[in-house]
Design a protein around this ligand. Structure first.
Ligand code: HEC
Ligand code: HEC
Length: 336
């Protein structure tokens, strides 16, 4: 039974219980991806994106991926009665698991203040493989349509800042990011859920209380560093880079930016890839000379420098650019 409590409760009314549509993807995850998002059943009260069936659990990674500054809503839905096998890493999900990520931009013209652009879906099929789909929201934000997975779909976005073009990736691009490390699920994993303690424990603890896991999850080893700026940089690498740069067998993995090795692999270290510019990844005290800074900030005179990440970013994050600039400059001062 899939019941939903709408956010009317927050307005002081009795929470209204709604049922996800008969025949929706949430009820039968084995069907082909429906053409319309209303048949998926995650947002029966769209454009209210906070009202979801009780089977859908909201979560947020500690170090979310930057996507043009958009807001996100993320949910996981497990098949009824099933749990995640967390006795191993990566966690093993039951067939029929659904994961959702919705991208929204601030838009004061809408009653909800946030305009949805796309919702991405991952589904673990009966053969044990992940299927990927994306839905593009219509102007009125009440319905979205399945996009053609063969090519990227550019969507013009009018928002509070400058207008921008948001790109919905092609299915092959979903795989480039999601299948370059051990475990396709990138944000719903031990460190992203257990690496930051909020009041009332970590998200991992809260999700465990809702019975999502086979055994009580062990606490995750957090990303820690005595210097808060360095710690923030390591978290940024973890959220935005490690799905590709992780020392695994994937095409972009030889360069490892995982927290334990990221500093050793960057500061004063030459680039190694023939696919990228020749130079030093991080030159202490000199961001402009650092290939890693040039590639993430886009501030580079060198056409050989590939922009990083190579996918999923149409607008750079000014905060992380300044974080890196300040951090690399400071490395010079301390003489390290
Ligand atoms: C640039 C790399 C990149 C591309 C391209 C990409 N993703 Fe992701 N995706 C991520 C990362 C990193 C996360 C986890 C962090 C977050 O949620 O902010 C994620 C999270 C998700 C989630 C939530 C479950 C999870 O793995 O954490 C879904 C669902 C998802 N992506 C679907 C898709 C689909 C479908 C496509 C293609 C249409 C796609 N993604 C393309 C990097 C990417
Ligand atoms: C979608 C996968 C992907 C993501 C995400 C990604 N990269 Fe890359 N990166 C590549 C590929 C592919 C190359 C070139 C081939 C190689 O390194 O083997 C590369 C090369 C690089 C290089 C130059 C190669 C070298 O030897 O130094 C740097 C520096 C770099 N990336 C930094 C980053 C940073 C920092 C992030 C996160 C902000 C990031 N990348 C995110 C795929 C990715």
């Amino acid at each position: 039974m899939l019941l939903i409590a709408t956010s009317l409760g927050a307005l002081g009314c009795e929470p209204e219980l709604l049922i996800a549509p008969e025949g929706s993807l949430l009820r039968d995850p084995s069907q082909d991806f429906p053409e319309r998002f209303s048949e998926v059943g995650l947002y029966p009260a769209a454009p209210d994106f906070d009202a979801v069936p009780s089977a859908a659990h909201a979560y947020e990674p500690a170090w979310p991926l930057w996507s043009n500054g958009s807001a996100k809503r993320r949910h996981i839905v497990l098949p009824s009665g099933e749990t995640i096998d967390n006795t191993r890493t990566p966690w093993r999900f039951p067939a029929g698991t659904l994961l959702f990520k919705t991208f929204l931009y601030p838009d004061p013209a809408l009653a909800t203040d946030l305009r949805p652009i796309e919702t991405r879906v991952m589904r673990l099929n009966a053969a044990g493989e992940w299927d990927y789909a994306a839905y593009r929201w219509r102007e009125d934000a009440t319905e979205a349509d399945l996009v053609d997975p063969a090519m990227p779909t550019p969507v013009p976005v009018r928002s509070t800042g400058d207008d921008l073009l948001h790109t919905i990736p092609a299915a092959l691009e979903c795989r480039t990011c999601h299948e370059s490390r051990d475990g396709e699920v990138l944000g719903f994993e031990p460190l992203q859920l257990g690496g930051l303690r909020e009041s009332g424990g970590t998200q991992l603890d809260q999700l465990a209380e809702r019975g999502l896991f086979a055994v009580p999850p062990a606490p995750a080893e957090p990303i820690e560093h005595e210097d808060p700026t360095t710690q923030a940089v390591l978290g940024y690498f973890y959220g935005d880079c490690v799905h590709c740069h992780n020392g695994g067998d994937g095409p972009s993995s030889s360069f490892d930016l995982r927290p334990a090795v990221a500093l050793d692999n960057t500061i004063g270290v030459m680039t190694a890839s023939s696919a990228s510019a020749f130079g030093v990844r991080i030159v202490p005290g000199d961001p402009a000379a650092s290939i890693l800074f040039q590639s993430t900030s886009g501030e580079t005179p060198d056409a050989e420098v590939k922009l990083m990440p190579p996918l999923g970013v149409d607008v750079r994050n000014p905060e992380t650019v300044e974080l890196l600039r300040g951090w690399i400059s400071g490395l010079g001062e301390s003489g390290s």
